[in-house]
Every structure is written in C-alpha cells, then in structure tokens.
Write a protein that binds this ligand. Sequence first.
Ligand code: KIV
Ligand code: ZN
Length: 511
Amino acid sequence: MTRMIKIFDTTLRDGEQAPGCSMNSQEKIEVARSLERLGVDIMEAGFPASSPGDLESVKQIAGIIKESTVAGLCRCREGDIDAAWEALSGAIAPPRMHLFLATSPIHMQYKLKMTEDQVVENAVAAIRYAKKFCSDIEFSAEDASRSDPDFLARIFGEAIKAGATTVNIPDTTGYALPEEFGRLCSYVMTHTPGAEHTAFSVHVHNDLGLAVANSLSAIKAGINQVEATVNGIGERAGNASMEEIVMALRVRKALIDCDTRIDSTQIYNTSRLVSKVTGVKVQPNKAIVGDNAFAHEAGIHQHGVLANRETYEIMTPESIGIPKNRMVLGKHSGRHAFEERLKDLGLEIDAENLETVFAAFKDLADRKKVVSDRDIEALALGVQAAVPETWTLEHWAVNTSDELGANGVVRIRRKDDKPGVLRKLVTLGDGPIDAIFKAINEIIGKEPHLELFEMGAITGDSSAQAETTVKISFNERRYNGRGVSTDIVESSIKAYISAINSMEWELAKKP
Ligand code: KIV
Ligand code: ZN
C-alpha cells in the first residue's frame, strides 16, 4: 500500500528567517491560508520567543487555520516553551510544539558548552515541561547529520520516553550526501529505543544543492515526515523545496510508492504568493515552478511536444495548477467572471475587500486591453495583504533631465490628519525616484535605509503594469513593500509608501 508522507511546511519559520524573506503579519496569514489549501499536514508558523511580533502572528494563524496542525518552534528553555504555548493555546486544530537542541560534537562543545549527558538531560526536562501543555511534541536534534549516530539514537530514545511524538533528523548545514543520509536515517530508526512509538522526520538544507535528493533518500529509508519550504526559501542556500519533493513522489510513484496529501494543483498559486510577499523571485529554471519549467523553446522540442506531450514533459503544467488557455478578462468582463478567476487563482478575498479589488480591476481594464492573471494577482494581493495605511499618496510629479538633474514633489496624507493639513515637499535627488523618496522621508520624519529596489513588468506587452518591490530597514527590522501601476514612477512611490506603512504598523504595535 502507498505510504503517506507528512509534509511539515516551514516557509513561515525557516523560510521567513532567511535574509530578505521577511513578511508582515498580514502576509503571513495569506501564506498560511494558501498552505492550508495546499493541504500541508503541519505548518510551522514561527518562533514565538524570538519576538513579540512572531508570537502574535503564530497566535493569529493558530486561531484561523483549521485543516493543518500549527506548530511553533522553541529552544529547550522554559521561557521559549511558555511563549510557544501562549501563541498556540488558542489553536483551532490541535497544535504542535517543536523543540530543538544541538547534538553534534562541534555544536555541543563550542555553542552549547555542554556534555552529551547534559544535552540529554536538558532535552528531556524541556520535553517533559512542554508535555504539560501540549500532547504533540516534536524534538529536533540540530546538526544531526554531523552527530554521532549512536548518540542520536540515545537522545531520541530518551526524548520518546519523555513524551516526544515526532523526532527529527536535521541536516542543518546541508552537508550530507543522499546515500549517506538515507543510511543515517535507517540506522537511527532501527537503533532508537521505542522507535515504534514515534514518527521520524527529516529537515534538510540545500548548501550542496542536495536537499531534495537527501529528503527523498530519507523517505526511501522509511521516515514518515519531511520538512520543507515553498520555493525552497530558507537560511543560506535554502531548505528542501516542498513542491519538488511532492512532485518527485507523484511523478515517480510507481517506483517509490509514497505520496502526500498535497493538492498539487495549488502549488503554482502558493509559489507565486510566497514570491510576491517576500519579494524573492523564483529563478526561471527552477524545477516545477520556474517560468521556464514548462517552456519549450527549441524547435525540435516543440515539434516533439506537439506530436505527443510526453516526449519532453514528465508532468503537465495543469498538475501544478498552471492554467491552460483561460478566457481573457478585459473591460467587458463582469463581476461573476472576475470572482471565478480569483477563485481559480486561489485568491480568497473577503467580502469587504472584494468591492475594492473589483473596482481596481475595472479601472485597470479601462487602461489596458487585456488584464492578465498576474495583473489580477497583483491587484488582489495589494488589497488583501495590505496593512492599515498610515500614509496615503495624494499627488506626485517629477522633473528630470540629463543637464538639470532631477527633482520631485510629493503630497501624502497621514491617516489622522485634520482636513486642510497639507504635507507636500519638493526635493532634489539623484534621479526622480531618489528625490521623491527623500521628500517622503522628510515628511514622515524617519530615514529608513533602502535595502532593495526592484522593478519588473507584470506582462510583456507595451501597456504592461510596472511592479516594484522595495525592502527597507529601520531599527534593525526589515519591511517589504509592493507597488503596481502603469506608470513606473507611481509604482515606485506606491511600493515605498507600502513599505513605510508596514514599518509604521509594526512600530505602533510595540509597547
Ligand atoms: O536547520 C535546523 O536544524 C533547524 C532546526 C530548528 C530544526 O531549522
Ligand atoms: Zn533549518
């Protein structure tokens, strides 16, 4: 019988923790909803002890998600466990606490400064403490792939006795090779006392580009759960890419005879959403979800695919949710067709935002002949994942030339401004965008650091909308913003103001 492998998604924790992948709490909720539609068994929503913001968003997600287990990460410390429980205690679905402690000689000696016995004692005490609150406990032996296999079996045996219901073998540094990792998993599973009372999991990083191969090798060795992220985002070279594991199991089911509960037709939408909210683009040749993954340029390939798709395609684009030829939407499209398209794109818009998105669609359709799915995604996300607007853009203008340089004027409004208050400034800059951003900084009285500014066209046509991604940092926190407009300057200003609004919102929440 086909063995079912649990998918433990850590996009919102290990993925979000990676530089440049931060999300605000609204965006995390959107991603969590999308992961639930995808059918992940467990979603790790954050590391509650790491910041009050993380605790709050784990709490919000646990209070919304019904179909997946929501997990929170903690070190083997009472304070971390208390924070995780504060975040998870109101969960709708029974939650999971994920405890970790390093077990490799190098981590124990230099990072923890603990002996093996002390590490076991610490893990057991923490699991017993966590077990008082929560029945579903996962214990991870950080840097397991560089740990002594017999020590792993020993600590897992003690962890199971103390109440761990899943034990996890992370390849924290992405160091293992597939055969070796499979052997390690088999060894640990057969030598752990009480192994029959627990589930075994792996969590693999991609430093040598082997994260998916290692995860598949562990599955073949008999483990029951894999930890992965959408688009493979994560620390350094990232984590194992969830969509690649899922599709490898599905496409090669006859050989591996394992499967997951994932609805693969939701993969493409989820991948697009994660890319949009993090501002991290998917490389074009990325397996499964890259723009070129199903593109056939070479004549000989096109000829083969036209004769029979399977000549060069081992799976269909539709199987991951890339639509076949959908009807084109434009200014004559009605509300019903628009709502259907939102549904097809996996975009759940609540009633109060639907009006706004539909109005924005109509407005865009007046300016563009054809409104693409990507245009619709951008519109919907701009409304649905938006944080409250502390600042709104009222007016802008730029003047720029090669001889005279650039200046810009901008007028923005603060949400609590009394009628008649005018916040308008003209500045010079190193280019029109720089001039406007400087003016905005002066008006808001803060000077965030611009970490990234990226612009692309949503579609390839001449009336394409420009989509800008901006990342700013302020007081050691990063904030993302997106802006979409048929005008490149306006798209940039909108992106900057949306990042500023994310920043203001977080700052306002701080005690
Ligand atoms: O990479 C790692 O070891 C981790 C653990 C917390 C599971 O992320
Ligand atoms: Zn990790």
